[in-house]
Design a protein around this ligand. Structure first.
Ligand SMILES: [Zn+2]
Length: 345
């Protein structure tokens, strides 16, 4: 359903809009194990979409006790970053246990004939926020950059000198005809100059641009421009489909590795409040020791919020090398957890 926010907080494109599509998956299970399995599956799906298809690096955090979804047993959120160093929550999944079932008397008849409370989970895919992250992670000063698979327009064909040479247009149309079954492809026949067209479609983030003039027609070639690396290459017409497939993969790999490098560089380890403060000022997200993400830790979290205006995001779950720390960065007591701290949108 489409819903409207009634509160008057400032809106931001994609991140917090007045009207948005409310998409949530709610599941009910007979057993706790099945419900926990669903939570794992939600996380896998988030990874498949965010990382493998959209190329957005993120970390799954188990939110602290004081910051989980109200009524949930546990909340897990995929957190990524914006270029200004702020953390933005992407999809989240919640294990609700039997809390809501007991409050709303949601029961089922089990195989043994007895009525039992269901175990619930809930998942929010955060669709428009994922779009915001794609734009923020992959774009450059010339505009948008999209992975090939998700680009609204995948290939734009720019005919050059087609007014003087009728064969050029025919050649372009044949290519479009051959490719349009499989790809989203368009010829730009507007009155703009080729240079203006290049600029326009770069801004729109079209992954591949075909430049075709009389020379390409004569040689049965295409000049292909790659939006992400800005490389140009000549390809024989007969090899074009193979080349598109190859480039689609390379573009995604390149965007992923570029983003991952930036993401990894944005996470630093800190051992004291002073180090934490400095790192946050440098737009980093910090890994540090924390006494607890259970209710005992709430006092230390309040210090972070009041003094540094930052948030304890929780305990990272899918970090390649998760270090351990001896002491809580705030109170100095034994650190039971390694947490991420950052500025949250
Ligand atoms: Zn502490």
């Amino acid at each position: 359903v489409s819903v409207c926010r009634y509160e008057t907080k400032a809106t931001r494109p994609f991140l917090r809009s007045r009207e948005f599509l409310w998409i949530e998956a709610h599941d009910a299970f007979a057993t706790k194990e099945e419900a926990l399995q669903q939570v794992k599956q939600d996380m896998k799906m988030a990874e498949e979409v965010l990382w493998h298809r959209f190329g957005i690096p993120f970390v799954f955090n188990k939110r602290p006790e004081w910051d989980k979804f109200a009524g949930a047993v546990a909340t897990y959120t995929a957190d990524t970053l914006m270029p200004n160093g702020k953390v933005i929550q992407q999809p989240s999944t919640h294990f609700l246990g039997q809390n809501f079932a007991k409050a709303f008397d949601i029961k089922f008849e089990d195989k043994d004939g007895k009525e039992k409370y269901v175990w619930q989970t809930c998942y929010g895919p955060a669709i428009s926020r994922i779009f915001a992250s794609v734009i923020a992670w992959h774009g450059d000063d010339n505009g948008l950059i999209f992975p090939f698979e998700i680009a609204p327009l995948q290939i734009v064909i720019i005919p050059i000198k087609h007014h003087e040479n009728k064969e050029v247009l025919e050649y372009c149309k044949n290519i479009e005809e051959n490719l349009k079954e499989k790809y989203r492809v368009e010829i730009d026949l507007s009155d703009k100059t080729p240079g203006e067209k290049f600029y326009f479609w770069e801004m729109k983030g079209v992954p591949l641009r075909f430049e075709i003039g009389p020379k390409e027609v004569a040689n049965e070639e295409i000049v292909i421009f790659r939006r992400d690396t800005r490389e140009k290459m000549k390809v024989k017409l007969k090899d074009v489909e193979k080349k598109i497939e190859e480039l689609a993969e390379k573009i995604l790999e390149n965007l992923k590795s570029r983003a991952k490098k930036k993401f990894d560089e944005s996470i630093v380890r800190v051992n004291s409040l002073e180090e934490l403060k400095n790192a946050l000022q440098n737009r980093k997200v910090c890994l540090c020791g924390f006494c607890s993400i259970g209710n005992e830790g709430v006092g230390c979290a309040e210090v972070i919020e009041k003094e540094l205006k930052a948030r304890v995001l929780g305990s990272p779950m899918n970090l390649a090398k998760k270090p351990t720390f001896e002491k809580c960065v705030v109170c100095g007591k034994q650190a039971k957890e390694t947490v991420l701290i950052g500025f949250l949108y």
